[in-house]
Design a protein around this ligand. Sequence first.
Ligand code: PMP
Length: 407
Amino acid sequence: MKNFDINKVRADFPILRKQVNGKPLIYLDNGATTQKPTKVIDAIVSYYSDMNSNIHRGVHYLSQISTDAFEVTRRKVQTFINAEYEHEIIITNGTTHSINLVANCYGKAFVHAGDEIIISAMEHHSNIVPWQMLCEEKDAKLKVIPMDERGVLDMEAYKDLLSDRTKIVSITYVSNALGTINPIKEIIRLAHERNVPVLVDAAQAIQHLKIDVQELDVDFLTFSGHKMYGPTGVGVLYGKQKWLNAMPPYQGGGDMIKDVTFEKTTYNELPLKFEAGTPNIEAGICLANAIDYIEEIGLDQIKAYEDELLNYATTRLAEVEGIKFIGTSAQKSSVISFVIEGVHPYDVGVILDKLGIAVRTGHHCAQPVMDQFHIPGTVRASLAMYNTKDEVDSLVEGVKRAVNMLK
Ligand code: PMP
């Protein structure tokens, strides 16, 4: 096992040296987006200084080197998640784009009136709304796996929901609102018993857990660069070749075609079939640097460190009078959501901000989760590999102070 050197990790993130409201920044909003290491920031500057050019179309030098760099990312993602083929990696704008792509293209080919789509009670809006839109269009039904008061999915209910009418299951790996890690392998196994494909939303998992798509046997996997220490505006859709080949393209435009006449267009091969138009080239290229960074440190080390920090934060926050954790599954990753009796989450967030502490308050784009717990929102502290126990101590002191002021 490599050593996890927290001081070295922190030194890699320039923004962590910033002061906010006269206090050292304590950034605990990693579920919204992560900060970027120098390696990624430098790569972005270097792209615009040294190679800016459009990709996949020019014969000139700059276009060739930027195309090569973009394709390096594709191969790096392939290795990172252990996909069988490079062309199973579609570069998108982010998780939301990836899920909409599958809902549209898989939906067009395979979902018909009376069919059913299964999601869960803890989904991010981006894994609810695209499926709702599809169901409306196709007169299909959306079925929801319920969860209990700990934020754990009811697997018996899931088994009952699966039927011959089920066309796809789309589930988050880790809940961004609760931190629950779902038993994704079992969810996939059960769906496959009925030949139903599964999409796993890994936006909140890819930066915390090692993911092997072949080992999971997952059909589609989605994630965003900005939540894994990479640039904003780039994401990934992994899809098994057999599904991607069977799906019609998403958007029409440049790059996704083979031949265009006014009578008929033929489409490009994978992966370009799903990559119409000029992508976010700089972000696509620099996602490779974020993956390099994660791999240099090692996901095993990152997970071990973050799990210890999560346990510490949970124990320490429990000292706060009137606190109630939302999401108490034994299987959790890096997210602590809580409410405090008699205090509005937003007010806690504002006071913490005055202390230089960034948390998220509200429904975290998972309004049905809040509805189930009969709350308007939570305070969410979401951890990353650069957070420390000292920062957690400051959070606890800050929350105690907020409670004293507000009660
Ligand atoms: N799913 C989950 C679980 C998420 O945490 C997020 C981002 N918070 C998304 C989907 C959407 O990701 P993006 O906004 O990057 O498309």
